[in-house]
Design a protein around this ligand. Structure first.
Ligand code: FES
Length: 322
């Protein structure tokens, strides 16, 4: 299945998980067909009938092939994605989705995995913990939300406390006596060989980035739900499409993706924020101006791949494998 192909699923059930958070169980359509396998930390693109594409992490156990389960936070500033899922989509409806893709992989061999989750950021981490449980590995979870009523999947998280290999810390900063999660303290206490993961709102991820600057990059993992910086729209460079031999001029005010779509060229894309990895393209020549949150710093320095929805060019010309 290529990046741009979709498969059909049916909404088998929906459940209330917390204030503003619903979960959706998606079964293959037609039924009894196995869904593509996925690894812990994967997400799918959901293609909504209103034309929007949104990415949601898979939170069920990665060995399951009969269903995908996603959690959706209703964004008060929704541009129609989470609002559609909450207000329009109902059990029995069908949806087009992408095959799972993983920008937040789990290091399964780590002697200890430490997870820091904020709000809906718990979703990929639940799938990771279920995988570590299947492997009998040691893990810790630090889960923060404003209050218990805002904490999605709290029952599932509480049940994880029964795992003898686990340590679970809950933190509700807007409850009486509540406090903020001490991310710097958690990172300071990590054993040298631990891998640490964070998924949550931007301020949490910024605190995590700051706290982990001294750690080996290979042991630090994060997933963003929103862009951290604006897309490169300065324009003023040429993009040569190696496969077709076409060239396009990216104008000021456009991303590379905007420019290509305007020329009737339709590369795969989804979030348009540099967080999902759908629009990744191989760079054959030139120097990108990387603005995404998918590639590691080492990948960015190598200049062999780029996200064309948000990244621009530092060179006068880019040659892309398109
Ligand atoms: S479309 Fe999601 S990273 Fe570009």
């Amino acid at each position: 299945m290529s990046n741009s192909e979709t498969l059909q699923v049916r909404v088998k059930s929906m459940a209330w998980e917390a204030d503003g958070i619903l979960s959706y169980e998606l079964w293959p359509e037609p039924p009894r067909k196995a869904l593509p396998p996925f690894s812990a930390g994967s997400h799918i693109d959901v293609h909504l009938p209103n034309g929007l594409i949104r990415n949601y992490s898979l939170l069920n156990a990665p060995h399951e092939r009969h269903r995908y389960v996603i959690g959706v936070n209703k964004d008060p500033n929704s541009r129609g994605g989470s609002r559609y899922l909450h207000e329009v989509l109902r059990p029995g409806d069908t949806l087009a989705i992408s095959a799972p893709r993983n920008n937040f992989p789990l290091e399964e061999s780590a002697p200890l995995s430490v997870f820091i989750a904020g709000g809906i950021g718990i979703t990929p981490i639940l799938g990771m913990i279920r995988r570590l449980q299947a492997l009998g590995r040691h893990w810790q979870l630090h889960y923060a939300a404003r209050t218990r009523r805002n904490a999605g999947f709290l029952d599932a998280v509480q049940a994880l406390r029964d795992d003898a290999n686990a340590e679970v810390q809950l933190c509700f900063d807007r409850e009486p006596g509540g406090r903020m999660l001490d991310i710097a303290g958690i990172v300071r206490a990590l054993p040298a060989s631990a891998h640490v993961y964070c998924c949550g709102p931007l301020p949490m991820l910024e605190a995590f980035e700051q706290a982990t600057t001294g750690l080996p990059p290979a042991q630090v993992h994060r997933e963003y739900f929103a862009a951290r910086e604006s897309a490169a729209t300065e324009g003023g460079f040429t993009v040569e499409l190696a496969r077709s031999g076409r060239s396009v001029e990216v104008q000021a005010g456009q991303t590379i993706l905007d420019c290509l779509l305007g020329q009737g060229i339709e590369p795969p894309y989804s979030c348009q924020e540099g967080i999902c990895g759908t629009c990744e393209v191989r760079v054959l020549d030139g120097v990108p101006d990387h603005r995404d949150l998918v590639l590691s710093e080492a990948d960015k320095a190598a200049n062999q791949r780029m996200m064309i929805c948000c990244s621009g060019a530092r060179s006068r010309k880019l040659v892309l494998d398109l």
